[in-house]
Design a protein around this ligand. Structure first.
Ligand code: FE2
Ligand code: FE2
Length: 179
């Protein structure tokens, strides 16, 4: 199994979430209200699946393995990826605040739209760079250690997100992207 397989699979789930976020933006732009429960589910996914689980697998599993093979953390691809993870966390926390304000005042849609659009743009290009550049480099330089890294990533995932929650997210996203 390639060292990055589970991360690439996570990306497929995340891309579904970005599609659901895009639908949320369209609904808002057409003047509709979006149920708070859906907005909260989105923030929950971003916080737990993307930040807590997926980004930890990269930050504590893949990047240190690349670092051991000589890829620096302070500059180059890893530094850029880490910076973008931080930016994602910043936007996620802004989104959480804006949803709380929207709950009290349904006319406050424009900040949510702006934040979600920035988040989609950030994550789409981030995933593209990982899938097409960084992970290809990683698959090649970590070929010998791929089993060790795969089990390390599995361990981080077990620690950060229980398997049942992963299934629930996948079902939720299937529902949201079918509409
Ligand atoms: Fe990443
Ligand atoms: Fe990623």
């Amino acid at each position: 199994m390639s060292a990055t397989l589970s991360l690439r699979k996570d990306h497929e789930v995340i891309e579904k979430a970005l599609k659901a976020l895009d639908t949320t933006v369209s609904l808002f732009k057409d003047g509709n209200d979006v149920p708070i429960a859906i907005l909260n589910d989105t923030v929950d996914f971003v916080t737990n699946f993307i930040d807590r689980c997926h980004h930890s697998k990269e930050e504590d599993g893949l990047f240190p393995a690349l670092n051991e093979k000589g890829m620096p953390r302070e500059h180059g691809p890893i530094a850029v990826m880490l910076m973008e993870h931080e930016e994602g966390r910043r936007l996620a926390s802004m989104l959480k605040d804006e949803i709380e304000k929207y709950e009290k005042d349904k006319s406050r849609k424009s900040s949510i739209i702006r934040i979600i659009e920035s988040y989609i743009a950030l994550l789409s290009q981030h995933i593209w760079k990982e899938n097409n550049i960084l992970f290809n480099i990683a698959d090649s330089i970590l070929r010998e250690d791929s089993d060790k890294i795969s089990s390390k990533l599995e361990g981080i995932e077990r620690d950060k997100l229980d398997a049942q929650k992963r299934e629930e997210y996948i079902k939720l996203l299937d529902r949201l992207t079918k509409q």
